[in-house]
Design a binder for this molecule. Structure first.
Ligand code: FPP
Length: 247
């Protein structure tokens, strides 16, 4: 069945966010170490990015490393950071060829030097691309981001450049690390876990949540199309009634 041809191109989400989960369990199923799962996860990152760009999605955000992930065994954290550097080094050319811009959100300055360097180079070299923006969430957590935004706003109030009455949802959104990026309309989480895990909590206030049982390394273009079709089959009401939406 050709899923892609069933998608209504006029009603695409502008922004899709993905929690890539299940690399470890996928590896275990293959009797391989967890890092083997992460390596195969990179193939799925490529598939998701290509499929999203091909179909006309404007923003794709991938949760690649959370602030909680530092608690994993040192060896696994090191391997993930190395994988990121290698992937960025190898894939930036392809991003440029496909006119895809790279951005990152999270507490980036605390990443290892080599990871941060590769990331900054990737962001710089793709900054003029405008077909799609690929946002990597690295050392990211939504609660961290919300506290940071609050701090920025508090500083402005303290310095006298903003009044407390001026603070509204728009100002708050602009103070988040996703400033300038529209909120995701669709969240996908793989591996059968039904949680948000501290990801884009402010931005996903109205997102449709799509939980899929597939482990991340097995995610492919058709899985992305399946999630978009699921999204398009839902009625998005934003607090209104079905009747109001029809009028
Ligand atoms: C979750 O699976 C996956 C991660 C924490 C890391 C995701 C990283 C990649 C796919 C590779 C690099 C990414 C980029 C963007 C180049 P898990 O380890 O939590 O799996 P489990 O729940 O089965 O243990």
């Amino acid at each position: 069945m050709d899923l892609r041809s069933q998608i209504d191109i006029e009603r695409l989400p502008q922004h899709i966010a993905i929690i890539m989960d299940g690399n470890g369990r996928w590896a275990k199923e293959h009797n391989m170490p967890r890092v083997f799962g992460h390596k195969n996860g990179v193939k799925a990152v490529r598939e998701a990015t290509e499929a999203a760009a091909e179909i006309g999605i404007k923003y794709l955000t991938l949760y690649a490393f959370s602030t909680e992930n530092w608690k994993r065994p040192k060896y696994e954290v090191g391997a993930l950071m190395k994988l990121l550097v290698d992937t960025l080094d190898n894939e930036v050319k392809t991003l440029n060829k496909n006119n895809i811009r790279l951005q990152a959100i999270g507490d980036l300055e605390r990443l290892p030097g080599r990871t941060l360097k590769a990331l900054k180079e990737g962001i710089e070299s793709t900054k003029n691309n405008d077909r799609m923006t690929l946002v990597l969430a690295l050392n990211y957590s939504a609660k961290w981001e919300i506290v940071e935004a609050t701090r920025k706003i508090a500083q402005k109030v303290k310095s006298g450049s903003m009044n407390p009455e001026d603070i509204d949802q728009h100002i708050f959104s602009k103070s988040l690390s996703t400033s300038g990026i529209p909120d995701p309309e669709l969240l996908i989480r793989t591996s059968g876990e039904n949680r948000l895990s501290n990801f884009l909590l402010w931005q996903m206030a109205y997102a449709e949540l799509c939980f899929m049982s597939v482990y991340w390394p097995d995610f492919d273009k058709n899985k992305l199309f399946e999630a978009i079709l699921d999204y398009q089959s839902r009625e998005r009401r934003f607090g209104k009634t079905s009747e109001q939406l029809k009028s």
